[in-house]
Design a protein around this ligand. Structure first.
Ligand code: FES
Length: 174
């Protein structure tokens, strides 16, 4: 089913906020990304059609923003901050623990399709180091393997219950 068929009302509500459809590009891309799980070429062209704009413009936006995924990612994208303050507080250990518990390396996705692990720079919450964001939710002070276990259990429960799982964190727009 097309994005219009599945999310028509939500898209119309977003488009109504802007004088030009093109201004809604990020919000509509977030819906598409959550719906398809990644922004394929076809998905990007569909968004361009909804916005009555040139597909090249949409491809450029997708290529620019790191929270827009043209590769397949897991249901939850774990982005660990490895910038200096987090590094001093155990970011490397956190990445190592996640790699060990998930059985993947950074930039990989678990075989069950649940988690993608990435490294990012400062998430502007240095007081909670070491920190990661899971989709757009922040989890800080992850300085022991036990806390990482608790977090993964929580996230697995949320995934199983389909509890606000959005790789785009698009609830922020609603
Ligand atoms: S350095 Fe990690 S949140 Fe700022």
């Amino acid at each position: 089913m097309s994005l219009r068929q599945t999310h028509g009302a939500e898209i119309d509500a977003i488009l109504a906020r802007y004088p030009h459809k093109r201004s809604a590009i990020l919000a509509v891309l977030y819906i598409s990304q959550d719906h398809y799980g990644q922004l394929t070429d076809a998905a990007i062209r569909e968004v361009a059609e909804i916005l009555d704009t040139n597909p090249t413009d949409v491809f450029e936006v997708v290529g620019f923003y790191t929270l827009l995924y043209d590769d397949k990612v897991g249901k939850v994208v774990l982005q660990v901050c490895d910038d200096v303050p987090c590094a001093f507080c155990g970011a490397e250990e956190l990445v190592g623990t996640l790699e060990s518990k998930l059985g993947i390396k950074s930039e990989e996705t678990t075989a069950d399709g649940l988690f993608t692990l990435q490294r990012v720079k400062c998430l502007a919450a240095c007081n909670r180091a070491p920190l990661l964001q899971a989709n757009l939710d922040y989890y800080g002070e992850l300085n022991t393997p036990e806390k990482v276990d608790e977090l993964l259990t929580l996230l697995r429960t949320r995934i199983a219950n389909n509890d606000n799982i959005s790789i785009s964190g698009r609830k922020a727009f609603l």
